[in-house]
Design a protein around this ligand. Structure first.
Ligand code: ADP
Length: 338
C-alpha cells in the first residue's frame, strides 16, 4: 500500500498547486488518459527498478501547466508502493530547507520538487551530490568550531517538474536519468477524460456535450476539469442536472469561453496587442504591464494556447497578432504601408 507523506509548510491535503484537483486526479497510471508513450516508458523503468529492488532513476517532467506532471509524480510512487514527499522549488530558499526532505527520504521513496527551475543556484548545487552519490554535506557547529560532515542518504528518486525546461542548468538536467516531455492532449483524449470525470462527479453527460467541453479546453486536462465543474454547476442550477450539448454550450458561453476556447483573459491579451500596440510587434513584458498582470503568467498560461492556435506569432521583435486574431475579434486589420 502506498504511503503518501506530504511535507510542505502548511500544506492542504493535496500536492502543490492543487486547486481542489484531488477528487479528479488519477491515483494510478492506468487511470490516466493520453500520454501513452510516456506511460509505457515509465512502466518499463518502474518495472525494472522494482525487479532489481532499486530506486527508480531520477525523473524530470517538463511541459506546460496542467498536463499531468504532478499526476505522474504522485502515481509513480503508488505504482512502486513507496512513500512520497512533495515540495516546490519556490519554497526551497536555501540548502537547509532541502535537508529534511533528503534525510527523511526512505529507501526507494520519492521526493517531488515541482517548479524545479525556481530552485536558487545554491540549493541546486546542493542537490548534485544527493542525486549522484546519495550524500550531502552538513555543517555542524558555528564559527571556528564549524565542521563539515558527510551524511549518507538512502537511495531515493528525485522527481522534478518544470514548465521551463530551458531555464534548468545543464548539470542539473544531466542528473536526471529519465526525461519526459508532456505534450498537449487531443480532443478525443479530453472527451474521454470529461466522460470519466463526469462519472466521478456523478453527473450525467451526453457524448457530444463532453466533446464540446473538450474542444474548448485548450488541449489541457486541468482546464477540461475546471470547465466540466462549471458546466455541472450550471446544469444543476439552471437545468435538471443532465448535461446536454445545449446546456454545456450555454454554460461555457456564460463563463465567457467562446467558440474557439478563448476566455476573457485571452481576448484581453489580443485586444491589448491590437489596440494598444497596433497588432505588434510587442514584447511580453510591455503587454503584461499594460494588462496589469505578471509577464510569467502571460508567457506560461496565456501565450502557449494563442501561439498554438495561431492567433499570435512570435518574431525576433516581439509578438504579432495574426489575421485570425483580427477576424476572431471582428476587428479591421490595418492596411500595409505601400
Ligand atoms: P501539472 O503538474 O502538469 O501542472 P497536474 O498533474 O496537476 O498538472 O494536472 C492537473 C489536473 O489535470 C490533475 O488534477 C488531473 O485531475 C488532471 N490530469 C492531468 N493529466 C491527466 C491525465 N493524463 N489523465 C487524467 N487526468 C489528468
Amino acid at each position: 500500500m502506498a504511503r503518501e507523506t506530504i511535507v510542505q509548510g502548511s500544506t492542504p491535503p493535496g500536492p502543490p498547486g492543487d486547486n481542489n484537483d484531488s477528487e479528479l486526479r488519477p491515483l494510478r497510471m492506468s487511470e490516466m488518459v493520453g500520454q501513452k508513450d510516456v506511460c509505457e516508458r515509465l512502466r518499463i523503468a518502474i518495472d525494472a527498478a522494482c525487479k532489481r529492488g532499486e530506486a527508480l532513476g531520477h525523473v524530470l517532467f517538463d511541459g506546460p501547466p496542467g498536463l499531468g506532471k504532478t499526476t505522474f509524480a504522485t502515481c509513480i510512487p503508488r505504482e512502486m508502493g513507496v512513500g512520497v514527499q512533495l515540495t516546490s522549488g519556490a519554497i526551497l530558499k536555501s540548502p537547509k530547507d532541502l535537508v529534511p526532505y533528503l534525510t527523511n527520504a526512505e529507501e526507494r521513496s520519492v521526493v517531488f520538487i515541482d517548479e524545479i527551475h525556481r530552485l536558487p543556484r545554491a540549493v541546486e548545487e546542493y542537490l548534485y551530490t544527493a542525486m549522484e552519490d546519495f550524500r550531502i554535506d552538513i555543517i555542524l557547529g558555528e564559527g571556528v568550531n564549524a565542521r563539515t560532515h558527510n551524511l549518507w542518504l538512502k537511495p531515493f528518486t528525485l522527481i522534478g517538474a518544470t514548465t521551463r525546461a530551458g531555464m534548468l542548468t545543464g548539470p542539473l538536467r544531466d542528473r536526471f536519468q529519465v526525461r519526459e516531455h508532456l505534450g498537449f492532449y487531443t480532443i478525443g483524449e479530453l472527451s474521454e477524460l470529461v466522460i470519466r470525470n463526469a462519472s466521478k462527479l456523478k453527473v450525467n453527460i451526453d457524448r457530444d456535450a463532453a466533446e464540446d467541453i473538450a474542444k474548448r479546453s485548450r488541449s489541457t486536462p486541468r482546464v477540461a476539469n475546471n470547465r466540466l465543474r462549471w458546466v455541472r454547476d450550471y446544469a444543476t442550477s439552471r437545468a435538471d442536472g443532465h448535461v446536454t450539448s445545449a446546456v454545456a454550450n450555454a454554460a461555457l458561453k456564460m463563463a465567457g469561453i467562446d467558440r474557439s476556447g478563448l476566455d476573457a483573459q485571452d481576448r484581453r491579451y489580443l485586444e491589448t496587442l491590437i489596440r494598444v500596440f497596433g497588432g505588434g510587434p510587442a514584447g511580453a513584458e510591455a503587454i503584461a504591464h499594460t494588462m496589469n498582470t505578471a509577464a510569467d503568467t502571460l508567457v506560461d498560461e496565456v501565450e502557449p494556447f494563442l501561439l498554438r492556435s495561431e492567433f499570435v506569432v512570435r518574431t525576433s521583435r516581439g509578438r504579432v497578432a495574426t489575421v485570425r486574431a483580427y477576424e476572431h475579434l471582428s476587428l479591421q486589420m490595418p492596411e500595409e504601408d505601400p
